[in-house]
Design a protein around this ligand. Structure first.
Ligand code: LMR
Length: 396
C-alpha cells in the first residue's frame, strides 16, 4: 500500500519549527514561525484570557457539541470586530459567520465551498504570499496563480503590476488579499491602493477573499479592518478568513472564523446551510474552549478593555523592536540600509536576506528564518537582539 508513497517536503514554516526544536544550541533564536514572544522570550498567556479561563473553570461548564457553525456569541463578536459595531451589513443580516479551526480552517472551508460554486475558477494570490495559501487552494482543487505585489526595488507595493495582473485574470477569479500586515512582506496597500483594487475586482467580477490573521498588530483594531470595511461598503459579495491565534496568543486552540458577505438575509441562510455541510463533512463541529474564551472576552466590557490594552502592548513592543533593529544595524555600520523594516507592519519583515544568507544564519548562528528571507520581528527581544543583529551583519 505504501511502497510508492514518496517523502513529502518539509513544511516551509512549521517544518522549520521541527528543526529548531531539534537544535541543541542554547543560543538558538526562532525567527521562523509567526508567533509573538514577549520580552522574556515566552509566548504570553494574556491576562484577559487567564481571567476568562478562571471563570470558565469555576463554572464547571459541560462540553457538549457546539452547533456546526460554532458558538453564536463568538460568531457575532467576530462580526462586530471585523465589520464594526454599527455595520449596516450586520443590521441587514447579510453576513454569514462560522467558527473555524484557526484562519487556515476558515480558508479551507471557504475554498471547499467556492469549489462547489465556481468549479472552473482560477485563484490568484500575491507574489509573494503566505506559503500555505497556494497549497490550501490547490488542495481544494483550484489552479493557483500569482499577481504582482511586492516591489523589491522600492520595498513597497507594485501597484501598477498588481492592477494589471488582476485585470488580466479570467473574469470571476478568486482573489486572495491580505487585509492587513501582509505575510510575509509586512508591506500593506494604502487606502487609495485598496480603492483601485476594488474597482478592478468589481469590473472583472472577481471574488475577493480577504485574509486577516493579524488584526490589531498593525495600527489598531479598527485601523487594521479598514480594507474589510471598505469592501463592506462596496456592495460586493466577498469572503473573510480571520484568526485569533496571534491577537489572543491562542495559537494551539485554533480559534478563527469564516465570514461571507451576501446580498440578503435570504441568501445568508442558504449560504450558511451549504457552509455547514462543508464543515460537517470535514470535522463535524468546532471545539468549545478557545472560542468560548475569545467570545467571553470580547463580550465583557472589562475583559475586552484588558485585552485591548494587552494587544496594544504587543503591537508597540513589535514596533519598538523594528526601530531597535534599524538603529542597531545602522550603528553597527551594516553594509545595507534596513530603514524599510520600520515602515513594515505586523509580525514580519521581508528582510531581503538571500536563501544562502538565511542558511548561514541557521547553520553558523542558530538563528532560524524562512528561506524567503522572512523574519518574525515579534520574536526579537532586548536579550536576543544583539546576537541576531551581529549575525545579520556577518552574513550580509
Ligand atoms: C506563519 O505564517 O508563520 C503563521 O501564520 C503560522 C503558520 O501557520 O504558518
Amino acid at each position: 500500500l505504501f511502497s510508492a508513497v514518496e517523502m513529502a517536503p518539509r513544511d516551509p514554516i512549521l517544518g522549520l519549527n521541527e528543526a529548531f526544536n531539534a537544535d541543541t544550541r542554547s543560543t538558538k533564536v526562532n525567527l521562523g514561525v509567526g508567533v509573538y514572544y514577549n520580552e522574556e522570550g515566552r509566548i504570553p498567556l494574556l491576562r484577559a484570557v487567564a481571567e476568562a479561563e478562571k471563570a470558565r473553570l469555576a463554572a464547571h461548564a459541560p462540553r457538549g457539541y457546539l452547533p456546526i457553525e460554532g458558538l453564536s456569541s463568538y460568531d457575532s463578536a467576530v462580526q462586530k470586530l471585523l465589520f464594526g459595531e454599527g455595520s449596516s451589513l450586520l443590521a441587514e443580516g447579510r453576513v454569514v459567520t462560522t467558527q473555524s479551526l484557526g484562519g487556515t480552517g476558515a480558508l479551507k472551508t471557504g475554498a471547499d465551498f467556492l469549489k462547489r460554486l465556481l468549479p472552473t475558477a482560477v485563484v490568484a494570490i500575491s507574489n509573494p504570499s503566505w506559503e500555505n495559501h497556494r497549497a490550501l487552494f490547490e488542495s481544494a482543487g483550484f489552479p493557483v496563480q500569482n499577481y504582482r505585489y511586492y516591489d523589491a526595488d522600492s520595498q513597497g507595493v507594485d501597484r501598477a503590476g498588481m492592477l494589471a495582473d488582476l485585470k488580466a485574470l479570467p473574469a470571476r477569479s478568486i482573489i486572495v488579499l491580505h487585509a492587513c500586515c501582509h505575510n510575509p512582506t509586512g508591506v500593506d496597500l494604502s487606502l487609495d491602493d485598496w480603492k483601485a483594487v476594488l474597482d478592478v475586482l468589481r469590473e472583472r467580477e472577481h471574488v475577493p477573499f480577504l485574509d486577516i490573521a493579524y488584526q490589531g498588530f498593525g495600527d489598531g483594531i479598527d485601523q487594521d479592518a479598514e480594507a474589510v470595511r471598505l469592501f463592506a461598503e462596496s456592495g460586493l459579495q466577498f469572503f473573510v478568513s480571520s484568526s485569533f491565534s496571534k491577537s489572543f496568543s491562542l495559537y494551539g486552540e485554533r480559534v478563527g472564523a469564516l465570514s461571507i458577505v451576501t446580498d440578503s438575509p435570504e441568501e445568508t441562510s442558504r449560504v450558511l446551510s451549504q457552509v455547514k455541510r462543508v464543515i460537517r463533512t470535514n470535522y463535524s463541529n468546532p471545539p468549545t474552549h478557545g472560542a468560548t474564551i475569545v467570545g467571553n472576552v470580547l463580550n465583557s466590557p472589562e475583559l475586552r478593555s484588558l485585552w485591548e490594552a494587552e494587544l496594544t502592548e504587543m503591537r508597540e513592543r513589535i514596533r519598538g523592536m523594528r526601530m531597535a533593529m534599524v538603529q542597531g544595524l545602522a550603528e553597527m555600520g551594516a553594509s545595507r540600509d534596513f530603514s524599510f523594516v520600520a515602515r513594515q507592519r505586523g509580525m514580519f519583515s521581508y528582510s531581503g536576506l538571500s536563501p544562502e544568507q538565511v542558511e548561514r544564519l541557521r547553520t553558523e548562528f542558530g538563528i532560524y528564518a524562512i528561506g524567503t528571507g522572512r523574519i518574525c520581528v515579534a520574536a526579537l527581544n532586548r536579550n536576543n537582539l544583539g546576537p541576531v543583529l551581529n549575525a545579520i551583519k556577518a552574513v550580509i
